[in-house]
Design a binder for this molecule. Structure first.
Ligand SMILES: Cc1cc2nc3c(=O)[nH]c(=O)nc-3n(C[C@H](O)[C@H](O)[C@H](O)COP(=O)(O)OP(=O)(O)OC[C@H]3O[C@@H](n4cnc5c(N)ncnc54)[C@H](O)[C@@H]3O)c2cc1C
Length: 415
């Protein structure tokens, strides 16, 4: 097995690759450009709200098998919390209706036949066309495969695909939508339990991984940005960090887990996704009212999902590009106005913070999806990972971790 593996980037793809390789006894050195690990999935202390918050609310599902394996391997599975069964609460701001979707555990979707479990106002037959997504021809957008209108679309398909693909659903890749449906709705309620890191992403997904790596003797170098790769004919010969260059011995390898724009600047001729979508999160320091569900889908509002944490309410708005340049205070007021209507809390704006991630994910259109490379490169000791590589999934924690595991597997198999 390869002597030393340098992993560039300490996001979830980098951390998962490092964990897999260090478990096999490889010598691992993780290089991270910033002063913190976690990349797009991180916690930090925010002075405006006076508490530690996440850059964005992250939802996992019980069917995210790689993510749950990852958590088990770092002893942090218990830090994810969620209801014992697959249920999702919704509130429609226009009609003021509330309902709870309750999936049954098995693969046969009996919940669709039960008016008290399915989306109110829909009929069982309305769900049939969704199956078309599962067999959509390659290169199609969701809007070319199913009709993007009607109650079922607005109350289930749109919120599900917006959250999973981070793009207005009609533009989204049908292949990626199908992957989500296959791994969630079609896999039955057992795969659909919503799970959140109630105490924060950092203490759940990141810090325990760093502790584990340290215990295995891996080296983690923060504020150590890779500036260039030095290429030979068949292999990468050195890693250039500006003030320092590290030569790679014949058996050494590197895994590049940086975002696509960074990878393209480091690897000549690499085709990568070039368009992105934003996610906007608003955090409010306030105790959620009694009975507030941990996750609530909001229909017909700017707010899409409302998360309740101890002492804090947080809102997620996917495909939030139209809000990127909106004045911050105005945006906070608009969002809070909706939250107050949903929760019955007073209209006065509590302490708040808005976090706008401009390049939260690559844009999950069919064209951008087709630009995602696999893990192998033209250099035998250089492997790619990251949520933007071709995992068959949209840019998610599950995709990032699967890509890290896949890269580790490739390196481990090298003679
Ligand atoms: C606001 C928001 C909400 C989200 N919500 C969800 C959700 O609900 N569910 C879900 O599953 N997913 C969600 N995601 C997506 C999820 O966060 C990402 O898919 C995942 O974190 C990507 O991990 P990664 O390791 O591939 O990339 P990144 O996290 O981007 O990690 C790349 C790392 O490389 C480092 N780096 C860059 N250049 C260099 C260099 N030259 N040298 C060294 N290091 C470098 C970066 O600093 C970074 O730490 C969300 C993302 C955002 C932003």
């Amino acid at each position: 097995m390869t002597a030393t593996v340098h992993i560039i980037g300490a996001g979830l793809a980098g951390l998962s690759a490092a964990l897999k390789l260090s478990a096999r006894g490889a010598r691992v050195i993780l290089h991270e450009a910033t002063a913190f690990a976690g990349g797009r999935c991180r916690s930090y202390y925010d002075a405006s709200v006076g508490m530690t918050i996440d850059n964005g609310n992250h939802l996992l599902l019980s069917g995210n098998r790689a993510a749950l394996d990852y958590l088990r391997s770092i002893g942090a599975e218990h830090r994810l919390v969620g209801p014992p069964t697959a249920e999702f609460c919704f509130f429609d701001l226009a009609s003021r209706e509330r309902w709870t979707l309750r999936f049954n555990n098995g693969r046969l979707p009996f919940w669709i036949l039960d008016p008290s479990r399915r989306v109110p106002g829909t009929r069982a037959l309305d769900y049939l066309p969704l199956a078309r997504l599962l067999w959509a021809p390659p290169g199609k957008a969701v809007g070319e495969v199913i009709a993007c209108d009607g109650l079922l679309y607005r109350r289930l398909v749109e919120p599900l695909l917006l959250a999973a693909l981070n793009i207005d659903a009609p533009q989204g890749s049908a292949r990626l939508a199908a992957a989500i449906i296959r791994e969630t709705l079609a896999a039955g309620g057992r795969a659909c339990r919503p799970l959140i890191a109630r105490e924060g992403l950092g203490s759940t997904l990141i810090e325990p991984a760093l502790v584990q790596l340290q215990q295995r003797g891996a080296t983690v170098r923060m504020e150590h940005q890779l500036r260039a790769l030095r290429f030979g004919a068949e292999r990468v010969e050195a890693l250039d960090f500006g003030s320092e260059a590290i030569a790679l011995d014949a058996d050494d390898a590197a895994i590049l887990t940086v975002p696509p724009y960074a990878a393209a600047s480091l690897v000549r001729g690499l085709d990568v996704p070039t368009e992105f979508r934003a996610i906007v999160n608003a955090h409010f320091r306030i105790e959620p009212p009694a009975g507030q569900p941990p996750i609530l889908g909001v229909i017909n509002g700017t707010v899409q999902w409302l998360f309740a944490f101890p002492g804090r309410l947080s809102v997620t708005i996917s495909a939030g590009d139209r809000l990127i340049d909106a004045p911050r205070e105005e945006l906070a007021k608009t969002i809070w106005d909706e939250v107050a209507r949903v929760t019955g809390l007073p209209a006065a704006l509590p302490p708040w913070q808005i976090v706008r991630e401009r390049r939260a994910t690559f844009s999950a259109t069919p064209v951008q999806d087709s630009k995602r490379p696999g893990p192998a490169t033209a250099w035998r000791n250089l492997v790619l990972a990251g949520d933007w590589t071709d995992t068959g999934l949209p840019a998610t924690i599950e995709g990032a971790i699967r890509s890290g595991n896949r890269a580790a597997e490739m390196i481990a198999k090298q003679p």
